[in-house]
Design a protein around this ligand. Structure first.
Ligand SMILES: Cc1c2[nH]c(c1CCC(=O)O)Cc1[nH]c(c(CCC(=O)O)c1C)Cc1[nH]c(c(CCC(=O)O)c1C)Cc1[nH]c(c(C)c1CCC(=O)O)C2
Length: 342
């Protein structure tokens, strides 16, 4: 089955593209009234995420309504801890909370390596239904959290500015920390492979909390586990997005992934020099989408001039903020398409 628009996959593989592909992290979400309507119908975020037909419906919305060059499966990185035996709740206006957390090898014994075919069947079903709905229009992106970011939530139990509970374990109990990270990694590899079998055309690893670690801790507690995942996934291109890990760009360039995501703190030309061998993705500050249409166009033009139009996937430097005007989002997407056309 050939994709009608395979710009994302060609850019990921380093092949020439007629223009730069564009999509947005968190494109399936609250910016769209159509998403909020389906979420209302579902009753809760978790209901929506665990009902494959509805998850597929909101995955398709940005393709139909915004004109992006890829869909990303509607789910969350926290489905992996849940599949391992640690359920989460999504509290309105606050975010995710884990009623029970993990702090010792004894706690870890109660968790199992996720078996995607049973524990995460609802995501795999959502991927299959989405693929039917896409009718090969654009590629479908699968994803998972990086083991370190998942470790943060499983130990801290909720979002945090410092994740000091999570980091405490790294210093105080490295043996437990590595054991938990390895169990998450084994679960994640099985999960991403199952996503690919179900139909994902590329997978992205989100290390959202990379930036809270020192370079040395990042090398010990995050990179080796991301490396295991990159080494295991050879079926489709892999994107590594480590938010805030400007200090690890050289090491990330040595991973066996095809694409590296940048946030807006990372200088584009400097990043090209540090990561010369891979496709880059990013990195517009999501707050640019609060500016005027003219200003958005200027910022997109600047970004494209610095990245160039090749070996590049346009995106924001992190997820789109929920109160962004969808028309400003369309302006961003249209500007990338217009200014990058050869
Ligand atoms: C850290 C993280 C999480 N989840 C995710 C990350 C990594 C990316 C990042 O750094 O933002 C990843 C994620 N979460 C969601 C997606 C969907 C696909 C997409 O469109 O990108 C993706 C890729 C849906 C979601 N995940 C969540 C929502 C909002 C909940 C809702 O709609 O009620 C959505 C659409 C909730 C969520 N989920 C998480 C948090 C901290 C929150 C609360 C903050 C918020 O509300 O945005 C954990």
């Amino acid at each position: 089955m050939e994709l009608k628009n395979d710009l994302l996959l060609r850019a990921a593989r380093g092949e020439k593209t007629e223009r730069t592909p564009v999509w947005m992290m968190r494109q399936a979400g609250r910016i769209l009234a159509e998403y909020r309507a389906v979420r209302e119908k579902a009753g809760s975020f978790i209901q929506l995420a665990t009902t494959p037909e509805l998850a597929a419906e909101v995955t398709l919305q940005p393709v139909d309504l915004l004109g992006v060059d890829a869909a990303i499966i509607f789910s969350d990185i926290l489905v992996v801890p849940e599949a391992m035996g640690l359920p989460y709740e999504m509290i309105e206006q606050r975010g995710p909370v884990f009623p029970a957390t993990v702090h010792s090898l004894k706690d870890l014994e109660k968790l199992h390596v996720a078996e995607p075919e049973t524990d995460l069947k609802y995501v795999l079903d959502a991927i299959k239904i989405t693929k039917q709905g896409l009718e090969n229009r654009v590629p479908l992106i699968g994803f998972a959290g990086a083991p370190f970011t998942i470790f943060c939530y499983m130990t801290e139990g909720k979002g945090s500015k410092t994740f000091s509970v999570a980091k405490k374990h790294l210093y105080a109990d490295p043996e437990f920390s590595h054991a938990l990270l390895q169990k998450i990694t084994d679960s994640t590899i099985a999960y991403l492979k199952a996503q690919v079998v179900a139909g994902a055309n590329l997978v992205q690893i989100f290390d959202s909390w990379a930036g809270i670690l020192s370079p040395e801790q990042y090398r010990i507690f995050s990179l080796p586990y991301i490396k295991q995942i990159c080494d295991a996934i050879n079926e489709v291109p892999v994107t590594v997005f480590a938010k805030g890990a400007f200090f690890a760009r050289k090491e990330i360039s040595e991973l066996s992934c095809e694409v590296v995501g940048l946030d807006w703190n990372m200088d584009i030309r400097e990043s090209r020099a540090l990561i010369p061998n891979k496709t880059l993705q990013g990195n517009l500050d999501p707050c640019v989408l609060y500016a005027s249409y003219d200003q958005i166009k200027i910022e997109v033009k600047k970004m494209l001039e610095q990245f160039g139009t090749q070996r590049y996937i346009a995106n924001l430097g992190h997820g789109v903020y929920p109160d962004t005007d969808p028309d400003k989002v369309r302006c961003f997407i249209e500007s990338v398409k217009e200014y990058s056309s050869l």
